[in-house]
Design a protein around this ligand. Structure first.
Ligand code: LCS
Length: 393
């Protein structure tokens, strides 16, 4: 199905579909580990890449390819490589784009495990990392080293919702001989398409908005050039962090309603953020749709909406946050985000617990910070839940 020139929702619905012999409306689940060859010659030709086709599911599979093609179309990419998890996508990106002796500069308020991977593990292979507020271009410029070959940006960032100017960052990276990788999980391709702004690769934890139903863990990396796609695919195959066909089927099914889910969830998020900002128990709210957000104007230019993620600080700090989280009845007290159900969590003791207290403080992740992933329930019900939970604070 050719949908290159189609609108976003049309690509969501039809993008990547594999034409099978029965005319299935939906790409079937090719739940197979291997594919038989018609002849020894064909097997040899497939391995030699003289012929297109499937060999073995770690290398490629039609159900996985359908999802990859759809996401690549949405992102404006040459191709995409699906992975077993979002962290698989983060690790694959770093390993594909960095060599020994090189340096990666990353957003300070990045998803905790992404930072731990760079700080504690890439260093074992001679790759250095440092962390800076990427919403501050002057600070990024100062933090560049002669060996910087990758700028790794998460925008909006987890959990501080910092927004990075991607076009400016791409220019900065390229002028320095570095590449720009963007973790766009919080936005999803519905709200921003970093490759179109100059990034070299864009990645997602598809566990979040892309799948959207809190029933699959997965990741995907989209590449701006065929050379980068080849490199990512080769390494994914060698690392063995491939997605599974059943997982790909579920993610592709969830993806079809991305725009419907996200547009509805962000309406609720905007109402909740404004409501929270007016409450006496709340010290401050970080929602990129609020004029109080430091990069609100940039987000307006760079994104087509403000998303469904909110962070806020309780005036009563950690204890007040704990009481709030212990008393919500409709929202789930759980990590993860981007599903149809609203989740509430405490970054300092949960998603970012592996990052030291000092590093968290430097990234602005305070002990009393509470993070909300707003789902698609009725906003009135979510507000009523927060209202009753705040009575216990
Ligand atoms: N990138 C971002 C921005 C994330 O938020 C996450 C997971 C990942 C990558 C890794 O994806 P995964 O391997 O889990 O699919 N974020 C989580 C969070 O904030 N709570 O639980 C997981």
């Amino acid at each position: 199905m050719k949908t290159k020139a189609s609108g976003f929702n049309t690509t969501l619905v039809h993008g990547g579909k594999v034409d099978d012999q029965y005319g299935s409306a939906i790409t079937p689940i090719y739940q197979t580990s291997t594919f038989s060859f018609q002849s020894a010659q064909q097997g040899a030709d497939l391995f030699a890449r003289k012929e297109e086709g499937y060999i073995y599911t770690r290398i490629g599979n039609p159900t996985i390819a359908a999802l990859e093609h759809c996401v690549a179309e949405l992102e404006g990419a040459c191709g995409a490589v699906a992975t077993s998890s979002g962290m698989g996508a983060v690790a694959l990106t770093c390993l594909a784009l960095l060599n020994q002796g090189e340096h990666v500069l990353s957003t300070a308020s990045v998803y905790g495990p992404s930072r731990i991977l760079m700080e504690k593990h890439l260093v074992r292979f001679g790759v250095e990392s440092s962390f800076v507020d990427c919403s501050d271009l002057a600070a990024v410029r100062r933090a560049l080293r002669p060996t910087t070959r990758l700028i790794y940006v998460e925008t909006p960032s987890n959990p501080m919702m910092q927004v990075t100017d991607l076009a400016a960052m791409a220019e900065l990276a390229h002028a320095h001989g570095a590449r720009l990788a963007v973790d766009s999980t919080f936005a999803s391709p519905y709200l921003q398409q970093p490759l179109r702004l100059g990034a070299d690769v864009v990645l997602h934890s598809v566990t979040k908005f892309i799948n959207g139903h809190a029933d699959v863990v997965g990741g995907i990396v989209s590449a701006g050039t065929p050379e980068l796609e080849r490199r990512l695919r080769e390494l994914m195959t060698l690392l063995g962090c491939n997605m599974d066909p059943h997982q790909a089927y579920l993610v592709h099914r969830g993806l079809k309603t991305l725009a419907l889910r996200m547009s509805h969830a962000q309406l609720g998020a905007a109402r909740i953020a404004a409501w929270l900002e007016a409450r006496p128990e709340i010290a401050w709210v970080r929602y990129i749709g609020l004029p109080s957000h430091p990069q609100h104007e940039l987000a307006k230019r760079q994104m087509s909406g403000f998303g469904a993620m909110i962070s806020f600080e309780m005036k009563g700090g950690l204890e007040a946050g704990r009481r709030l989280m212990d008393h919500v009845q409709l929202m789930l007290l759980a990590v993860s985000l981007g599903g149809v159900e609203t989740l509430i969590e405490h970054p300092a003791s949960m998603t970012h617990a592996g990052v030291s207290r000092e590093e968290r403080a430097a990234a602005g992740i305070t002990e009393g910070l509470v993070r909300l992933s707003v789902g698609i329930e009725e906003p009135e019900d979510l507000l009523a839940d927060l209202e009753q939970a705040l009575q216990h604070v």
